[in-house]
Design a protein around this ligand. Sequence first.
Ligand code: AMP
Length: 112
Amino acid sequence: MSGTIFTKIINREIPSNIIFEDEICIIIEDISPQAPLHYLAIPKKEIIGVSDLNDKDNVIISHLLLTIKKQMQSINVSDYRLVINNGSEAGQTVFHLHIHILANRTLGWPPG
Ligand code: AMP
């Protein structure tokens, strides 16, 4: 896998609004927000999608979820939706695993 736009953001080759970063992941603002709060939690490791996870990635996935929890707690947002689009038919457009974090509006169900 050669770097997607998210690797370029992680490597500071293109700008982004970075909300949080550590050695494993980055959280950025989505450039095309679908809710008043729309972040993307992205592992630094280049993983195409959920289908490409291996057993050793359990540390990364746990870390992503716990980081999201802490980040949202730190800004006092208790209600939010996490979305992962896996594959183009599911809506994935950037083929580097990421978790959408959507909040600050009422979110309908089922999603379209
Ligand atoms: P998905 O369609 O699930 O693959 O989500 C990709 C997301 O990346 C979309 O919500 C885009 O708006 C977002 N996106 C694409 N390019 C950028 C960028 N340069 N900075 C921030 N978000 C981006």
